[in-house]
Write a protein that binds this ligand. Structure first.
Ligand code: 5CA
Length: 446
């Protein structure tokens, strides 16, 4: 993408309404624009990151054997009356009446709708196990929408639902979700710690929230310092291997790690004092096993092996896709701007032309731009007639992890400069070597 033809409305001033750094940087970098409280347009740069995050979530869900689909945002109230949640959900639910006077609602989550789909089409235990998911906009009329996309009213969520014959099978689905979530967050450059949580309006005895530690997080958390040293890494996992998935659950959840809703001082006191930590965290996902809570009232039963109808065991599992942009920025920025992890960056590399209009420099930049594209790498080429300082400031603000700087002096010596946004370190090399290096860096992320 050539910056001269792109739409990147960066702001010079820090917007007064933004209280936390991720919100400030998303506004300043021209990623989002608020349309009303807690509702945003995704401008091109923000949209690119949102799509990257979605793609990682899709890939990891499908790796775990979960099946993508798409349900609507508007739902009939009748389904929620059947489950008993229509009244219980309270003022967070946006209720709408259509021209035929039918009660509708903008979905805050989809347990009822997916259970309805299930009961209409699945009748035998032989069709189980089944896990369906979608990535769709949700609406929750939050009392205090704030911090930009962190606590929105309209937000993008991945929600997945498993249907199993037995509790044991459903717990395996729970474990698969835990593993796939660990992998997803790590690909986004994040450490998200699974913590014991409370079921809330979704319900259920087994539930973990995934928290990214950050001072600006809305949740108070208590944990054993050892959990912060765990990482999933690049190990291979067979999602059908029940014992393997269970082993990973135990590895990541056996130490003390709880949100304030389930925190227990007496149990926490058993953690050696030097390892006890309390901090704040951003909840980027939650998994639930809730048994037959929805399948019983909605009549989602299958014919079991003995011919008798049994309600299916279910769980639901959510990732805060749009919230993740805020969480990633909270975890990865400096005083100049955002520092995108390679896994989610909107463009792989920025090209800064130090002397726009100089024939040799322009042609070197064009060549580089094409060479990167030929390798499947995306570049944002700053081809504007701006001062070098302004170009660097924009690149630093929008946070592409790698920048290639091209100027007449370097070209005279046959070199360009490759700079890491994270460390600020630069290295001179030929344009071909820079392309090869960037390709290597991204090999693990493409
Ligand atoms: N049905 C279940 C799981 S599919 C569910 O709705 N879970 S949830 O309520 O925990 O939401 C899943 C994730 O969505 C949360 O972990 C959080 O990351 C994100 N989320 C929830 N509310 C908001 C909000 N107001 N703004 C942005 N993200 C949100």
């Amino acid at each position: 993408m050539r910056l001269s033809r792109y739409f990147l409305p960066v702001l010079k001033e820090t917007p007064a309404e933004a209280q936390i750094v991720s919100h400030r940087l998303m506004l300043r970098a021209g990623m989002i624009k608020q349309s009303s409280a807690g509702i945003y347009s995704w401008l091109p740069l923000g949209y690119r990151v949102l799509r990257r995050i979605e793609q990682i979530v899709h890939e990891e869900q499908q790796r775990a054997g979960h099946i993508p689909m798409l349900m609507p945002t508007l739902q009939p109230a009748d389904l929620w009356k059947e489950s008993g949640r229509y009244d219980a959900y309270g003022p967070e639910m946006l209720r709408i009446r259509d021209r035929q006077d039918r009660d509708m609602l903008y979905g805050p989550t989809n347990e009822e709708m997916i259970t309805d789909i299930f009961r209409s089409h699945v009748s035998s235990y032989k069709d189980l196990p089944l896990t369906l998911y979608h990535i769709q906009w949700k609406f929750r009329d939050e009392m205090r929408p704030r911090f930009g996309v962190m606590r929105g009213r309209e937000f993008l969520m991945k929600d997945g639902y498993n249907f199993d014959l037995t509790k044991e099978d459903a717990l395996h689905a729970y474990n698969r979700h835990l593993v796939s979530y660990l992998r997803s967050y790590e690909r986004m450059g994040l450490q998200a710690i699974p913590m014991r949580a409370d079921g809330g309006p979704i319900g259920g005895d087994y539930t973990h929230e995934f928290l990214v530690l950050a001072e600006t997080g809305e949740s108070e958390v208590f944990y054993d310092a050892e959990v912060a040293d765990l990482s999933f890494g690049d190990r291979d996992i067979d999602y059908d291997d029940v014992a393997d998935c269970q082993g990973i659950l135990e590895e990541f959840t056996s130490r003390y790690a709880r949100t304030d809703e389930t925190h227990d001082e007496a149990v926490f006191a058993q953690v050696p004092e030097e390892r006890r930590r309390s901090a704040r965290g951003i909840e980027v996902g939650q998994i639930f096993y809730f048994g037959t809570k929805y399948s019983e009232p909605l009549g989602a039963t299958v014919q079991g092996p003995d011919g008798k109808p049994v309600p299916v065991h279910m769980g639901s599992h959510g990732i805060g896709v749009s919230r993740l942009l805020g969480a990633i920025i909270e975890a990865s920025h400096d005083d100049k701007g955002i520092i995108w992890p390679e896994g989610v960056t909107p463009f792989n590399v920025g090209i800064v032309n130090l002397k726009q209009g100089d024939v040799a420099t322009d042609s070197a930049c064009e060549g580089l731009y094409r060479a990167l594209a030929a390798q499947g790498l995306s570049a944002l080429y700053d081809d504007r007639k701006e001062r070098a300082g302004a170009k660097f400031a924009t690149m630093d603000l929008i946070g592409l992890p790698w920048r290639i700087t091209v100027g007449p002096r370097g070209l005279g010596n046959g070199v360009v400069e490759l700079t890491s946004r994270r460390t600020g370190e630069s290295e001179e090399m030929s344009a071909e070597a820079a392309v090869a290096r960037v390709k290597d860096i991204y090999a693990a992320h493409l």
